[in-house]
Design a protein around this ligand. Structure first.
Ligand SMILES: Cc1ncc(COP(=O)(O)O)c(C=O)c1O
Length: 459
């Protein structure tokens, strides 16, 4: 190091990172620092400024410099879990550094927005950027029809609470479905009806019966890479759903939470087939970016926008200005598309690996259906396997899997299976995890067989 300020900076940095100077603690004054390290005051000031630029310290006017208090990184437990249950994005794949840069730029460029309340519908400039972004997925809507929301969950909750122009009140959901929607419906006391969703879709005749005979305000669906099944509708099924919505004046709430993970450019959303203004399109940014930013957008028919805006404004005034500004920068500079491409490829390879391991390792009584991409697969089990025993046995071997209990309405008939998520895995964990699932299943089936024989012996 040639410059003295670099030496002072390095010494201080070491003390900050090792917590020799504790988070929140005051640093020596400039004068004390120059005496301590036998340097000029300018040298000490330069070292402090550099540390401030790196967000390790901050200054309080007329008081001095303090060490930044950082949230403790979650301590990684000594056990290396194989986690097939989590749907939170893999930190390894997240654009944390890029986004940190965008947030810093956002503070500089959007300073004015931070001092005021902003439009409940979202920054106009962000909605213009979203207009362009959504067009890639065949969603053509002007900024006046787009609303920025604090996460898709907020949009679902507001849509479930607000009145609709069709004057109807019940909500139809796929079974199974995203548990966040079920929780909102239950909390709001909304009547919810279910229609079975399988890997190959839904029974469209049954959908028509529901639309015709019941008082359905909207049908909530996750057409692409369904949570928890991982399945997607065909283009024909999406066309039929849009057509039935028009015929029976029922709205469709289309939750496209994994739109950016699709490798098939021809896979369009239901929104693209809607000719009657009956589809509300919801897109989350949590799975491609950072879920903590709480960002999503909704595209609404003009007839619904005013009511939605009112409910949104009453819920949180507006989505956090800093998150909005950072997303706008991220979209406009091309980093979003670049990052989405990387994420898509990473998860596509994991899904392929999962499918390959499942076909090689799992016993014949068990099927793993991977859909055509996304992040979830469905492990279907025969009735002889006790799900609770399986989950517990896997847990004891440090493998986490989720039952889909919470994805069903209370009285709906449950399918016998598990959701397998690849979000928090890698190739090694997938191979090892599926191997453990296979061994555990085989020993459970063996155990059940011998229990049955004992009963027969005894009789
Ligand atoms: C299908 C589905 N919709 C919506 C959400 C919620 O997204 P957000 O984080 O934008 O609220 C999730 C979260 O996992 C989800 O799986």
């Amino acid at each position: 190091m040639e410059n003295k300020y670099e030496v002072v900076k390095a010494l201080l940095k070491e003390q900050l990172l090792t917590h020799a100077i504790k988070p929140g603690e005051k640093l020596p004054s400039i004068r004390a620092a120059s005496e301590l390290w036998s340097c000029s005051k300018n040298t000490a000031i330069r070292a402090y400024q550099e540390l401030e630029n790196e967000h390790l310290i901050y200054s309080v006017p007329k008081s001095g410099y303090y060490a930044v208090v950082r949230s403790e990184k979650t301590t990684t437990s000594a056990i290396d879990w194989i986690d097939f249950s989590s749907a939170t994005p893999d930190a390894e794949v997240m654009p944390y550094k890029d986004f940190q840069h965008c947030l810093n730029r956002a503070i500089e460029l959007y300073e004015d927005h931070l001092f005021t309340y902003s439009d409940p519908q979202g920054f106009f400039t962000l909605r213009r950027a979203l207009e362009k972004h959504l067009a890639h997925s065949q969603i053509f809507a002007p900024p006046s029809q787009i609303c920025v929301v604090s996460g898709a969950q907020q949009a679902l909750h507001l849509l479930a609470s607000m009145p609709f122009p069709n004057g109807k009140s019940a909500v139809l959901v796929e079974q199974p479905t995203f548990h966040g929607m079920l929780r909102s419906l239950e909390l709001l006391g909304v009547t919810a009806l279910g229609i079975e969703r399988r890997m190959d879709g839904i029974d469209l005749d049954e959908l028509e019966r529901h639309f015709r005979n019941n008082h359905i305000k909207f049908f909530y669906t996750v057409p692409r890479f369904h949570n928890p099944l991982g399945a997607s509708y065909t283009e024909e099924q999406k066309k039929q759903i849009a057509m039935l919505a028009q015929k029976y004046d029922v709205y469709i709430v289309e939750d496209d939470f994994l739109a950016d993970m699709d490798t098939d450019e021809k896979a369009d959303p239901i929104y693209a087939y809607d000719q009657a203004g009956k589809v509300i399109y919801v897109k989350s940014f949590s799975k491609i970016m950072l879920p903590g930013l709480r960002l999503a957008c909704v595209v609404l028919p003009t007839s619904l926008m005013e009511t939605f805006r009112l409910f949104k404004a009453s819920s949180d005034s507006s989505t956090a200005a800093l998150s909005q500004a950072a997303l706008e920068l991220y979209l406009n500079c091309g980093m979003y598309d670049h990052h989405a491409g990387l994420v898509r490829e990473r998860y596509r390879m994991r899904m392929e690996k999962l499918a390959e391991c499942a076909s090689r390792l799992l016993p014949p009584q068990v099927q793993l259906a991977t859909g055509r991409g996304g992040i979830f697969a469905r492990l279907s089990l025969s009735d002889e396997v006790n799900l609770h025993d399986l989950i517990t046995a896997l847990h004891l071997k440090q493998v986490r899997v989720n039952s889909t209990e919470q994805n069903y309405l209370r009285l709906f008939r449950r399918d016998h299976g598990l959701r397998i998520s690849i979000m928090q895995t890698d190739f090694t964990k997938i191979e090892r995890g599926i191997q453990i699932v296979a061994e555990t299943l085989e020993s459970l089936l063996e155990q059940q067989k011998s229990n049955r024989l004992h009963v027969i012996d005894w009789i």
